[in-house]
Design a protein around this ligand. Structure first.
Ligand code: FAD
Ligand code: NAD
Length: 479
């Protein structure tokens, strides 16, 4: 059987499903293929993000935050709860329901937009032909003028700590623990290590995070990274930097030996999460015979229009170089659809929001002070702590700060860095500001509602010119 479309999309993660829907909005006939099956064996479009990434991790972060609050914060509000009990099965069931609602939503959106959804593995036969093998092993051939590759990524495995799905797990395994592991080890203090480490630490695990690099979160602003490291340490995450894991043995428990500046060390865990990055799914596309061009790490190479080296074959999302983020993939999905439809579209890679959903949250957009110094750009700093913000005080969420970096001679906002409650939401203001090339003075002259956390952003903007109101007079700062 052969079916004809204008566009075929391989992969229904955030990059693929957005590309498919946008193509359909633009009047193109679209097919989208995805091979993911959920724990019931049912097709579940939405990719890593909806099934085993952004969404389930945030559901668990939310539940574990409530538990943490009930254990440690409610009392200071005069709320006494009786015997507190944790029901991991219910927590996991809720997470799964959130996932199902959203993946079901993608199926509905496909129907509403007349995107033909194929559940199965898609492989590129020719630049304009894709074979789909469904989950019952039936083959269908699809032809189209354009093919968009959006097959995403998967966790990196360490040769000395292979995933066994029981004791040594990847992020997917760590989202599905059916009990709180008393001793939890994590290799990698990156985004996943910190988010999932926070989840299980809040629920009662003793967590040790082993990180190879000497610097904590080297891509974040120094001041923010240092404060975050301290706060996460106070919460109980034992983050050990500059460590090299030498060997793992599994049996009754997981024994690990590692080396740090003081020599060889050993630890015992009940579970070990390996979270050392992700790699692109370029081999799943069956495009080897077609000589699809990839770099040495397997990322599909594209030009500024997301065109691969194959005629009218494009690639987006985690499959191509760049930060592995759902919103970056979604923007690329929209852009590639619009370009295929002959429109102009561009993704602003200089204004990508980065968020780490610890508590407090870490968020930034644009350049860090380190980057500005390295580039020799003259800048001014404005910063303001949440401890001096009325709303943060009322909420009992006084940790952290907002920091604005503005170019010295133009006052243009080059970077905004946040550590604080709801920073994931607040960073949107900075992204909008930067999208319109805003100056710190524009922000300083803008009115923000009182009392809100956003006033911290306002005060940081005022502080660029030493006019912050709700703090002691200025200290000496960079001219
Ligand atoms: P994916 O989401 O990986 O989707 C690709 C899809 O293609 C998959 O369903 C795959 O099964 C399918 N596929 C692959 N090959 C084929 C084939 N040959 N035929 C058919 N189907 C195929 N990002 C954020 O921005 N915010 C977050 O909070 C966040 N949290 C995360 C938490 C975790 C635990 C993890 C693991 C990731 C998180 N991410 C987060 C990253 C985010 O999930 C990815 O950046 C995003 O999902 C990438 O989207 P994508 O569409 O490129 O690929
Ligand atoms: P990551 O790149 O964020 O962190 C991996 C960490 O592991 C790094 O700090 C690295 O130095 C360390 N590492 C690598 N090899 C090591 C080794 N042998 N021993 C010790 N440490 C080692 O990767 P991740 O946390 O696995 O996340 C994967 C991707 O998923 C990231 O690109 C991230 O953008 C995305 N993600 C995003 C979010 C979010 O946006 N909130 C959440 C989760 C995941």
């Amino acid at each position: 059987m052969t079916e004809q479309y204008d566009v075929i999309v391989i992969g229904a993660g955030p990059a693929g499903y957005v590309a498919a829907i946008r193509c359909a909005q633009l009047g193109l006939q679209v097919a989208c293929i995805d091979d993911y099956l959920d724990e019931r064996g049912k097709p579940s479009p939405g990719g890593t993000c909806l099934n085993v990434g952004c969404i389930p991790s945030k559901a668990l972060l939310e539940s574990s935050h409530h538990y943490q609050q009930a254990r440690h914060q409610f009392a200071e509000h005069g709320i006494r709860v009786g015997q507190l009990e944790l029901d991991v099965a219910t927590l996991q069931k809720r997470k799964q329901q959130v996932v199902r609602d959203l993946t079901g939503g993608i199926q509905s959106l496909f129907k509403a937009n007349k995107v033909a959804f194929y559940a199965g593995r898609g492989t590129l036969q020719q630049h304009n032909q894709v074979e789909v093998i469904d989950h019952d092993n039936h083959a269908t051939t699809l032809n189209a003028e354009h093919v968009i590759l959006a097959s995403g990524s998967r966790p990196v495995e360490l040769p000395f700590a292979p995933f066994d799905g029981k004791q040594v797990v990847d992020s997917t395994g760590a989202l599905a623990f059916d009990a709180v592991p008393p001793r939890l080890g994590i290799i990698g203090a990156g985004v996943i290590g910190l988010e999932l480490g926070s989840v299980w630490q809040r629920l009662g695990s003793e967590v040790v995070v082993l990180e190879a690099q000497q610097t904590f979160l080297p891509d974040a602003d120094n001041v923010i990274a240092k404060q975050a490291n301290k706060l996460l340490g106070q919460q109980g995450l034992d983050i050990r930097l500059g460590t090299r894991v030498d060997a793992i043995h599994t049996g009754e428990s997981v024994s690990m030996t590692y080396t740090d500046s003081e020599g060889s060390q050993s630890l015992e865990f009940d579970k070990l999460i390996v979270a050392v990055g992700r790699r692109p799914n370029s081999e799943t596309l069956g495009a080897d015979n077609l000589n699809l061009s990839t770099d040495e790490r397997g990322f599909v190479q594209v030009d500024d229009h997301y065109r691969t080296n194959l005629e009218k074959v494009y690639a987006v999302g985690d499959l191509i170089p760049g930060p592995m983020l759902a919103h970056k993939g979604m923007e690329e999905g929209m852009a590639v659809a619009e370009r295929i439809a002959g429109q102009f579209a561009e993704v602003d890679y200089d204004n990508i929001p980065f968020v780490i959903y610890t508590h407090p949250e870490i968020a930034w957009t644009g350049r860090t002070e380190q980057q500005l110094n390295d580039a020799g750009i003259d800048y001014r700093v404005g910063q303001f702590p949440f401890s001096a913000n009325g709303r943060a005080r009322a909420a009992g969420e006084t940790d952290g700060l907002i920091k604005i970096l503005a170019e010295a001679h133009t006052d243009r906002v080059l970077g905004v860095h946040m550590l604080g409650t709801h920073a994931s939401e607040l960073i949107g203001q900075a992204v909008i500001a930067r999208a319109f090339s805003t100056c710190a003075e524009d922000l300083a002259l803008t009115m923000f509602a009182h009392p809100t956390l956003s006033e911290t952003f306002h005060e940081a903007a005022l502080d660029v010119t030493d006019r912050a109101i709700h703090r002691a007079p200025p200290r000496k700062k960079k001219a």
